[in-house]
Design a protein around this ligand. Structure first.
Ligand SMILES: NC(=O)C1=CN([C@@H]2O[C@H](COP(=O)(O)OP(=O)(O)OC[C@H]3O[C@@H](n4cnc5c(N)ncnc54)[C@H](OP(=O)(O)O)[C@@H]3O)[C@@H](O)[C@H]2O)C=CC1
Ligand SMILES: O=C(O)CCC(=O)C(=O)O
Length: 481
């Protein structure tokens, strides 16, 4: 059985659950410890005690730890990528890509340790100096989802540590394997005891304990809107209120205009809607297509979709792995039935598939005759299900694209500079993609959205400092000779 990592020790837990491969439910990756309330409290205490020294450690020390983590992740990419694909179900190239991204994120934040800067300014008062500095917050609770088992933890853990905070990391229950490996790597990077703690198990137990603890200064969360709102309420209801950062769902549009290169549009749509089994908050599930290209686009999409191989995530040649588990598969199937009940036309896919091994295989689904008011066009499905929505022209397409409770990512396929520029200025989302998939972002620039998708400061890149530090303004008076 694997263990939790608390106060610098690998700690046994009373409970453990099997980690099941969604490509082959007979394949159990191992039994993973479930932390108890007491374990969680011990981890929080340890992180709290470790904060004083870590927050005062030299930036060289922090750089060296993060750099060691990055180097080891990158050197073990094959092993970690295979494990990730086995436990989450994204294809092996996607798994390997995600591990590389995690390594690069640690590399980036190792560099950020050395680039921490403040400002020294003149005051409006004679003889007074003003300094603006950034300080760490304290213990940070990190609650992560299952769909990016190593990259999302990396983009929360790395900045938290880089800026001098200590960490309680609670991964999603479905993907403890990648979290455990990451913790092993962090544990022997030179990070002092208590600075980083891994507590695996249920959100309803560990997550709740983190939300209740007054020793946790801030929570960074990625997951569903429902849980996100609950996290935010708990953070603002506590005394004192705690800082909170939420990354939640998306219902991301991809506009395809008459003048688009059809091959580019189809590849962007297939990638956005179906890769990683549609289980990305940046996935596009609303393809908003103008009248002149609509029929050709649907025909080309349908043809391209029949060539997509849905199979075991680790098999060579697989384009789309399984859905992550039975619960998510049931949700996908419920929405597919709902779409039909709402009057949309299922052009292709949406069927359970049998493969050599028992797994959660679903063929990618494409709906047409979709109205943007339908529930399948408004609610996040989080599966390989895309809808095609007609628009008369660019103006109407933009209006439909913005007509959503979410605002994470928004894409357009066009050869027109005029429309591309207008879309970049007027699409209501945190990330805009022109002739690119809505998903698949760089690791060194801000990530996040608007409206129901995100709350609080951005993640990733230099902007991560806004969440993981607090700003101090110091005034000093020196008598002028
Ligand atoms: N925006 C995104 O990136 C993601 C969106 N989703 C959306 O959410 C839906 C459901 O997925 P699900 O995994 O259940 O998402 P959740 O929001 O429930 O899970 C995200 C994280 O929050 C934890 N959590 C759950 N309950 C609590 C709680 N009361 N207090 C603190 N933490 C808690 C989970 O723990 P645990 O799972 O271990 O119990 C997990 O680590 C998906 O179908 C999809 O629509 C899901 C994942 C990512
Ligand atoms: O699209 C990406 O690269 C990142 C997506 C993501 O972070 C998510 O789905 O939670």
């Amino acid at each position: 059985m694997t263990l939790n990592y608390i106060a610098g020790e690998w700690t046994a837990a009373a409970d453990a659950v099997p980690n099941v491969n969604p490509s082959d439910t007979n394949d159990i990756l191992g039994d993973y410890a479930h932390a108890s309330l007491l374990d969680t409290e011990r981890a929080i205490d340890a992180a709290s005690r470790a904060f004083r020294n870590w927050s005062r450690s030299s930036i060289q020390t922090r750089h060296d730890c993060l750099n060691a983590i990055a180097t080891e992740i990158l050197s073990r990419k094959e092993e970690l990528g295979r494990l990730l694909s086995r436990e989450e179900g994204k294809t092996l190239p996607e798994g390997l890509g995600e591990v590389a991204r995690a390594g690069q994120i640690f590399q980036f934040f190792a560099g950020e340790c050395l680039r921490l800067a403040g400002e020294k300014l003149p005051s409006v008062r004679a003889g007074v100096d003003v300094e603006i500095t950034r300080e760490p917050l304290g213990v940070i609770g990190l609650i992560t989802p299952w769909n990016f088992p190593i990259a999302i933890p990396a983009w929360k853990i790395a900045p938290a540590l880089a800026y001098g905070n200590t960490v309680i990391f609670k991964p999603a229950e479905l993907v403890p394997g990648s979290a455990h490996k990451l913790a092993e790597i962090i544990a022997h990077s030179g990070i002092p005891s208590g600075v980083f703690n891994l507590v695996m198990g249920r959100g309803s137990i560990i997550g709740e304990a983190m939300l209740k603890s007054s020793k946790i200064a801030a929570i960074s969360f990625t997951g569903s809107v429902t849980t996100g709102k609950h996290v935010a309420q708990a953070c603002t209801a506590s005394d004192p209120m705690r800082k909170v950062q939420l990354e939640m769902g998306g219902k991301n549009p991809m506009v395809v205009l008459d003048d688009a290169e059809i091959d580019v549009a189809v590849e962007c749509a297939v990638n956005s809607s179906f890769f990683s089994t549609g289980q990305r908050c940046t996935a596009s599930s609303r393809l908003i297509v103008t009248d002149g290209i609509r029929d050709a686009f649907v025909a080309a999409m349908t043809k391209r979709m029949t060539s997509l191989v849905v199979d075991d995530a680790c098999k060579a040649g697989t384009n789309i792995g399984p859905v992550v588990d039975q619960r998510q598969l049931d949700q996908d199937l419920r929405y597919i039935r709902l779409g039909q009940d709402e009057g949309a036309r299922l052009v292709t896919g949406g069927k359970l598939l049998k493969r050599d091994t028992p797994g959660f295989y679903l063929s990618p689904a494409l709906f047409t005759e979709v109205d943007n008011r339908m529930r399948i066009a408004r609610e996040e499905i989080f599966g390989p299900v895309a809808t095609v929505i007609r628009a008369k022209n660019y103006e109407e397409a933009l209006e439909i694209a913005n007509d959503t409770p979410f605002g994470l990512s928004s894409g357009i396929c066009t050869t027109s500079l005029k429309y591309a520029s207008h879309f970049k200025r007027n699409a209501q989302a945190g990330m805009i993609m022109v002739n690119l998939p809505t998903a698949g972002v760089d690791y060194h620039v801000p990530f996040g959205g608007r409206k129901g998708s995100s709350y609080g400061p951005r993640e990733q890149g230099r902007y991560a400092a806004e969440f993981y530090t607090t700003v101090k303004t110091s005034y000093s008076f020196e008598e002028i000779a």
